[in-house]
Design a protein around this ligand. Structure first.
Ligand code: AMP
Ligand code: GLY
Length: 420
């Protein structure tokens, strides 16, 4: 079987890496891929939102199944276009992907489905937001309605932060709608469910580290590290989350005539001081695998990934039973100097050959560039994801940092507290 993966990040490197060791896969293509992905897949230049171009690649190369990584491709309607041509693809339709691309749509579906989530209001103008927030005071959370690459969410603790957020939302982000949300306390957990339109199967639960600096300080980022399985929830919690936060969405989307197929990522806030029914709430849905959660999830997946993807795409009726290794995986992200505000690009990365010698670790490439003389340069932003796998989180993090520490990139940004 020939499989095409859409995307170019460390998430897609992990997806390709796992597919490359699958017995049923004869060839893995990745569009556009990156220099690291090129070691496990055939990379084909393209843009993840250029649906017609990607369709032509799938047809020309005789691809049997396509797996979509990033939300931009889903928002561009790649799944609708592939399915209209009878091609198998893993991911939600453009309409169903609004669970991620529109915060207000997601909230509307959550309320219809009876999913526990923060109380919220939606406003269209700056004046409306200001008037409403004046009656509430902080803390509260403001969110731009559309996709904003992680830059559209503001957790407000005081008046200065409120004014800054309003400037951004109605200034550079040009938000036409703003969601104002109750502030939730607790720790975050990422539960990702594989869905086929009717049912939801949980992947191993993970958590990521969204802030740039240790101790959850600094600006929000795409994610600076992850741990799988997360010790923050139990197996019983995961089943409760499946029944209360995933299945109701699948059922509601089906009843609306827009079934949800693909990965449903529930970003949850868990307050362990409260009983489960009050202590677990959905912060957001994403409609894809998380990055960097995927990197620490994929290295633990023992069962055949193709069976899962086929079930998700509708090609297989029987639900797969997923098996996970007993190990713990920790993923540490190496980002370039200046990330996330003004990432530097073009600096050379060295030490990758030494890192490859550290046992039980894998280095996944994200934003890297191939230069002459087989030099690898940083493309700016999140550059590499280094995963350590071991029987305990302590060992897994020790391995990941051993590998991280032999890699060099000038001015790089790395959190030292992943897995603590
Ligand atoms: P989102 O993109 O909606 O997940 O928001 C990004 C980040 O903002 C989350 O990962 C949380 O760290 C934080 N956040 C979002 N909503 C809330 C909330 N209601 N209460 C507390 N923190 C929040
Ligand atoms: N790690 C969070 C995300 O993928 O959105």
């Amino acid at each position: 079987m020939k499989v095409l993966v859409i995307g170019s990040g460390a998430r897609e490197h992990a997806i390709c890496w796992r597919l490359a060791s699958s017995r049923s896969v004869s060839q893995v293509f990745c569009a556009p891929g990156n220099p690291g992905i090129a070691s496990v897949a055939t990379c084909l230049p393209s843009n993840v939102s250029a649906v017609d171009e990607l369709l032509a690649i799938a047809v020309d190369r005789g691809v049997d199944l396509t797996v979509v990584g990033p939300e931009a491709a889903l928002a561009a309607g790649i799944v609708d276009a592939f399915e209209a041509k009878g091609l198998r693809i893993v991911g939600p339709s453009q309409v169903a992907a609004q669970l991620e691309t529109s915060k207000s749509f997601a909230k509307e579906v959550m309320v219809a489905a009876g999913v526990p989530t923060a109380a919220y209001h939606v406003f269209k103008t700056r004046e409306e937001v200001e008037a409403f927030c004046a009656t509430r005071g902080s803390p509260l959370v403001l969110k731009a309605d559309g996709l904003a690459s992680g830059k559209g969410v503001f957790v407000i603790q005081n008046n200065t932060e409120f004014s800054d957020a309003i400037e951004m939302l109605f200034g550079s982000l040009r938000a036409s709608r703003v969601v104002v949300e109750e502030f939730l306390e607790g720790v975050e957990v990422s539960c990702i469910f594989a869905c086929n339109g009717d049912d939801a199967i949980p992947l191993a639960p993970a958590h990521d580290y969204k802030r740039l600096a240790d101790n959850d300080e600094g600006p929000n980022t795409g994610g600076m590290g992850s741990v799988c399985p997360t010790p923050r929830i139990s197996e019983a919690d995961l089943e409760w989350i499946r029944v209360n936060c995933a299945l109701p969405i699948v059922e509601t989307m089906k009843a609306r005539g827009t079934p949800f197929k693909g990965f449903l990522y529930a970003g949850l806030m868990v307050d362990s001081r409260l009983p489960r029914e009050q202590g677990i709430k959905v912060l957001e849905y994403n409609t894809r695998l998380g990055d960097p959660e995927c990197q620490s999830i994929m290295v633990r997946l023992v069962s055949e990934p193709v069976e899962l993807y086929e079930w998700m795409s509708g090609a297989r009726a029987e639900a797969p039973s997923l098996q996970w290794s007993k190990s713990v995986a920790t993923c540490v992200v190496i980002a370039s100097d200046g990330y996330p505000e003004a990432p530097r690009r073009g600096d050379q990365i060295t030490g990758l050959e030494l890192a490859a010698l550290v046992p039980n670790t894998v280095v996944f490439h994200a934003s890297t560039l191939q230069a002459e003389n087989s030099k690898i340069l940083s493309g700016g932003g999140r550059t590499l994801s280094v995963v350590g796998v071991a029987t305990s989180v302590e060992e897994a993090r020790a391995l990941a940092y051993k590998s991280v520490d032999v890699i060099q990139l000038r001015g790089r940004r790395v959190r030292r507290d992943i897995g603590l």
